[in-house]
Design a protein around this ligand. Structure first.
Ligand SMILES: *Cc1c(COP(=O)(O)O)cnc(C)c1O
Length: 397
């Protein structure tokens, strides 16, 4: 079958929950993807912030192949060595104390919310606790995660959500404070908002929230699913601020392609929330997924992946800034590290389609922002090539 035939077949069989780009991808190599007709694409999306190490990074495939030959899955009723090693390494990378592995980001958020409610229930002996979340946030598509996602359009058809969620404005401390009651058990936010428009939390805002949480025994949940794993030039974005969460979520780049996420907590929360029988997952933390996590964290350490982000990100920023000054319809650059956006005064779908047709994979964030979440291993030459192709697309519209 040719590409068009595959696409027609897909549109008959797959539920149409995505307006897909009209390409069928076949394989990847480094920072490039290839479709089934052999066309090459420079990848500045990396499966939405997943392929931090690009495709076939030395040592990564081998770790998976070795584990496939041993054991892919065991139930969580038994111990397995990859999970034990992955847990130790992610604790070291994050400074958190206890980890629960999941299959996805949304599932990590679900676990974080349950841990927070259980913590408050254990302390107070009642269950009507409230959670504060941010407008324009994105935490996933399952009911709990959707309930704290600050995008009414995503929630509307699926109401009612889980109860007792209040929305506040990111970087507006007073709006958060005004939603705190004596039943508030958690505040959840992305350290850098991803889908909502590449907006970092401000240092002062985060510090005040941390202080508020300490005073009132409210748990701070930081969602690092997109901004974590080195993308901002810090292993976890909150590490830059010196504001430590009580619970954090991670996924996307955690397994660099293998579906895996995690929620982590401090020892204090761990000792006072979820206990045996409270939470579980069949696949989460299985040996194959954890072999990936374990090798990914080894590679980050041995090959200085986070340091590389610090080196290359300012170059990407300066090149994007040049586009802002050159094109009137680009309003501003947003974001940090290798998590950047160009906010435009118009929908960006046409620009992105043109880029993809010219061999550059890009994605939007909302209707009017072009998002850049490339593999963390990109070099300046890839930035230059990306800018060349994008500039042509911008000139055409
Ligand atoms: C992608 C994302 C999620 C959801 O992760 P899934 O693996 O798609 O369930 C949650 N939070 C943030 C910040 C994300 O970017």
């Amino acid at each position: 079958m040719n590409m068009q035939e595959y696409i027609s077949q897909a549109e008959q069989d797959l539920l149409h929950t995505y307006n897909r780009f009209q390409i069928v991808l076949d394989r990847g190599e480094g920072v490039h993807l290839y479709d089934i007709e052999g066309r090459e694409y420079l990848d500045f999306v990396s499966g939405i912030a997943v392929f931090a190490l690009g495709y076939h990074y030395p040592g990564y495939d081998e770790a998976l192949k070795d584990q496939i030959d041993k054991l892919i899955h065991t139930s969580n009723y038994y111990y397995n060595v990859p999970a034990i090693e992955a847990a130790r390494k992610i604790k070291a990378a994050s400074g958190m104390d206890r980890v629960f592995f999941t299959n996805s980001g949304a599932e990590a958020v679900e676990g974080a919310l349950k841990a927070a409610r259980k913590y408050a229930y254990t302390r107070d002996g009642h269950t009507d606790h409230e959670i504060i979340a941010m407008e324009h946030s994105f935490h996933g598509r399952t009911f709990g995660a959707l309930s704290v996602t600050g995008n009414a359009h995503y929630r509307e058809a699926f109401e009612p959500m889980i109860g007792n969620i209040r929305f506040a404005q990111l970087n507006d401390y007073d709006s958060v404070l005004s939603r705190v009651t004596d039943r508030t058990c958690a505040i959840i936010l992305e350290t850098v908002q991803g889908e909502g428009g590449l907006i970092p939390a401000e240092a002062e805002f985060l510090r005040k929230i941390r202080k508020l949480c300490d005073e009132k025994d409210i748990l701070l949940i930081l969602d690092e699913i997109q901004c974590g794993m080195g993308r901002t030039g810090h292993m976890y974005a909150w590490q830059k601020y010196g504001v430590k969460p009580d619970i954090m979520t991670t996924a996307k780049a955690l397994g660099c392609g293998v579906p895996v996420g995690a929620f982590l907590m401090t020892e204090r929360v761990g000792q006072n929330s979820l206990v045996a029988g409270d939470h579980g997952t069949t696949y989460g933390g299985n040996p194959l997924a954890c072999a990936a996590v374990s090798r990914v964290l080894d590679i980050y350490e041995s090959d200085g992946i986070v340091g590389h982000v610090k080196e290359v990100a300012p170059y990407l920023e300066s090149k994007l800034d040049e586009l802002v000054s050159r094109f009137d319809f680009i309003i501003e650059r947003r974001g940090t590290g290798l998590m950047q956006g160009l906010k435009c005064d118009r929908p960006v779908g046409d620009i992105i389609n043109r880029a993809v047709s010219s061999g550059l994979i890009l994605i939007n964030a909302g209707a009017d922002i072009i998002r850049f979440v490339p593999p963390l291993i990109i070099e300046k030459e890839h930035v230059d090539r990306m800018i060349d192709i994008l500039t042509k697309a911008l000139e055409e519209v």
